[in-house]
Write a new protein. Structure first.
Length: 108
């Protein structure tokens, strides 16, 4: 199964968590205070990350959470947008590589 992945920049994780949780009607499955939040719904995989190099609300990248992906991959489309392809466990490994203190395990 594929879920659309949407990654957005923010300058306020806490406010974004409150706003997006209300919009999605679900709490994030992971919050790293001041840095990152992740929601995995039945149809969407949405991450927000505090990224001072981007304007808040900017698209960081798109992609697919794809249960059949053999490995994490990324490619750039004709518009310069990065598209990632990954399984839930591959995304968890990427999170662990960035934030080693986090022991996030996705529920499948």
């Amino acid at each position: 199964m594929k879920k659309l992945h949407l990654a957005i920049s923010t300058n306020d994780i806490e406010a974004t968590v409150k706003d997006y949780s209300d919009r999605l009607n679900v709490q994030p499955c992971l919050v790293i205070p001041g840095e990152y939040a992740l929601w995995r719904t039945d149809t969407l995989n949405i991450s927000v990350r505090q990224d001072k190099s981007l304007t808040p609300g900017s698209l960081r990248h798109l992609g697919w959470e794809d249960s059949t992906a053999s490995s994490f991959s990324a490619e750039t489309d004709v518009n310069g947008i990065i598209w990632e392809n990954f399984t839930a466990s591959q995304q968890a490994a990427e999170i662990k590589a960035i934030w080693s203190e986090v022991n996030y395990q996705p529920e499948d």
